[in-house]
Design a protein around this ligand. Sequence first.
Ligand SMILES: Cc1cc2nc3c(=O)[nH]c(=O)nc-3n(C[C@H](O)[C@H](O)[C@H](O)COP(=O)(O)O)c2cc1C
Length: 451
Amino acid sequence: MPKRMLINAFSMNCVSHIQQGLWVRDDTRQTEYTQLDPWVELAQILEKGCFDALFLADVVGVYDDYKGGPETSIIHGMQVPVNDPAMLIPAMAHATKNLGFAFTSSVLQSHPFSFARQMSTLDHLTNGRVAWNIVTSYLPNAGANFGLGGLPSHNDRYDLADEYIDVTYKLWEGSWEDDAVLRDRERGIYADPAKIHKINHVGKHYEVAGPHLSEPSPQRTPLLFQAGSSTRGRQFAAKHAECVFIIESRETLKGRANVITDIRNQATRLGRNPEDILFIQGVSPVVGGTEAEAKAKEAEYLEQFSTEGSLAHLSGSVGVDLGAINLDEPLQKIDSQSMRGFVKSLIESTPDKTQTFRDLIRTRISGQFLTGAPEQIADALQRWHGLGVDGFNIVYSITPGTFVDFIDSVVPILQSRGLMQKEYTPGPLRQKIFGNAKLPARHPAAAYRRG
Ligand SMILES: Cc1cc2nc3c(=O)[nH]c(=O)nc-3n(C[C@H](O)[C@H](O)[C@H](O)COP(=O)(O)O)c2cc1C
């Protein structure tokens, strides 16, 4: 029996997440993001389709690099307006029994004491079905929104993340002992004060006395996701993450020093097991009854695609104002020497230099699509799986349509090949995925346990 794939839906509490420009279509519910109904219905659809989790991205600032301001992002609803992802979870959890809910929260955005309490509350309310996608932010406006005068340096952000996560571990794992809560009605004793501890954290950024205000929740520490693949990002993942969200090409994964091998090797050196970390690749399936039907659908999406919205997204993600580039000039005429690394390599890796930057963006977007008949999509996912990828975050073009198509046609094939679960394992999210509700003793959070 092959190891099963983890399958998550990737979304965001906003109008336009990744595939920019498609929100205008009649067959997508993106503009209803402020309502509970589409979210609750999505959760129920995903649970019927045996998905592991709904994974919610988030940002806490606007993308304002492109053309020197936020206007393009605002016009295209490109990740702004964006509402709080965590607030959606209780309603969706109430309408489901097994689906997990991963949400993104940056270490810049809230104090670890409040965040730890918010997480524990959600872990209680969902019976242990929450996961935290730990990010360090990349938008300068995010830093400016929290009084940091812009984005702290990459190193400072990861230093902060190291301390932040330590505080949360102390609260989740080290404050309340397992048998602290007695609920003894006869003696009228709810909890035993001798088993509830202050954490007395004193660090460079935070001082937190404790105790944690929430009693132990089913998972204590939520399932830990991480996204970020720089040297520091990989070190952080190796130490803390249980699931790592990656967007890699098949070629890079074939290389010996690829991100999966690297993080697993580092984790092993830290005393963890290689199988303690799962790697989840982002893919954007466009499924049709036949290949021709799928290609026609893809062509329609590309036609409606917003190049401007996409450039605003890309500019903010790489911290370069792509507004300075003449979109309709052939690549050979663009002075790539003056470009920062990512854009330079993007231009240089394009064989056909008669293409314009506008064409390049289109190719890049279509390159993200996994387009075909259901069998072809299942085959492609199986090939990724063969390269060591443990699962997928499904990026939508239209919602819930992309997920519905995938569930109706690709999921049964994956299930028949033994590659996807047909029913859920009982228990909290970590138990469904790793077999235990709590973090293993070899994870650094476990060092704070008492009793
Ligand atoms: C696949 C992927 C998804 C990400 N999702 C988010 C997100 O939703 N919100 C966010 O603020 N950062 C997100 N990030 C950014 C990272 O968490 C991190 O802050 C950024 O990549 C810088 O880290 P790095 O230099 O280690 O890659 C994502 C990164 C990757 C690779």
